[in-house]
Design a protein around this ligand. Structure first.
Ligand SMILES: [Zn+2]
Length: 307
């Protein structure tokens, strides 16, 4: 019996570890509601705690970025309506990249709103096959989802325009072949800000950066992505997941600033109340530099192991 207990506990650890990796896609934060709010100008946050969605409102209808898991669609709709907008006014649907946590709900959103679906060229086969054409997860049934037809194929640098809003699609590949970083300008008061919504700079567990037969240029693509991200002017920093840019902390600061009475003239600095915490050019630079370092370390490790 004395020997059996350590064996049993080892078996238990193994079972738990296996279960953990099998359910890794179900990060509970992905489906945890988050209060919708106006970020700046006509840009709103309508995502969950873990999966980011952005709404750009215009007099001619709205643009939605990301459709998330199918389970998130009613939550996105509720967030949009809570802000006083109509879900049916969603005219254009965009994504950060063709992974289930950002695009599985696209078919449902198209059906409910009639939105036009616009996707970066290299991600089109993936979204139209419901994930089957993905270089890494194509044969993993748990990551597949309803296919959605793409209405407009985007290329690097293309503009998406609606009712005076202009978004630019930047190809930032590696994480997926058509991973897209969105940029736009928002005006708040008399100031204009450059917004960057990062597609994803992450090298996922199991990604092969060397000798990858299904994505031979993957390492060059990651480098191209980092070069592109470093070239983008950024005041307001966002991304496909709340964790990239510190959603919770920044939202809490924003709320705190809104509750606080306007700063007295003697307190200096923040004349118009608290500064918007999402204006974070240094946070953006730091994030990109850290992610590039992570990529380089992983590439060096894999290159050495392949020798
Ligand atoms: Zn992804």
């Amino acid at each position: 019996m004395r020997q059996l207990i350590p064996i049993l506990s080892r078996v238990l650890i193994l079972i738990l570890a296996t279960a953990g990796s099998a359910f890794a896609q179900n990060d509970p934060e992905w489906t945890e509601p988050f209060p919708p709010f106006r970020i700046a100008g006509n840009l709103y946050y309508v995502g969950s705690k873990g999966l980011a969605n952005y709404l750009i409102t215009t007099p001619q209808g709205n643009i939605l970025i990301n459709s998330d898991l199918e389970a998130n669609v009613p939550m996105i709709q509720a967030s949009i309506e809570k802000l006083g907008f109509k879900f049916k006014d969603t005219k254009i649907l965009l994504i950060s990249h063709a992974h289930w946590d950002h695009d599985a709900g696209s078919a449902k959103i198209k059906e409910l709103t009639g939105a036009s679906y616009m996707v970066m060229d290299a991600d089109v086969p993936v979204v139209e096959s419901g994930g089957k054409a993905d270089f890494q997860y194509g044969n993993r049934s748990e990551f597949l989802y309803p296919p959605a037809k793409v209405d407009r194929v985007l290329h690097d640098g293309d503009e998406v325009k609606l009712g005076g809003a202009v978004l630019v699609a930047h190809l930032t590949p590696g994480h997926t072949k058509g991973c897209t970083t969105w940029t736009m300008k928002v005006t708040e008061g008399d100031k204009a800000y450059n917004v960057v919504i990062v597609g994803s700079p992450n090298v996922n567990p199991g990604y092969k950066l060397v000798h990858n037969n299904s994505y031979p240029q993957i390492a060059q693509d990651y480098q191209r992505m980092f070069d592109s991200l470093k070239s983008l002017p950024c005041d307001i920093f966002f991304g496909a997941h709340g964790g990239y840019f510190g959603l919770e902390e920044k939202y809490a600061h924003m709320e705190e600033g809104r509750r606080r009475p306007k700063a007295a003239p003697t307190s200096g600095g923040e004349k118009d109340g608290a500064a918007n915490p999402f204006i974070d050019p240094d946070g953006y630079k730091k994030f990109v530099a850290e992610k590039e370092q992570e990529f380089r370390t992983e590439l060096a490790k894999q290159t050495l192991a392949a020798k």
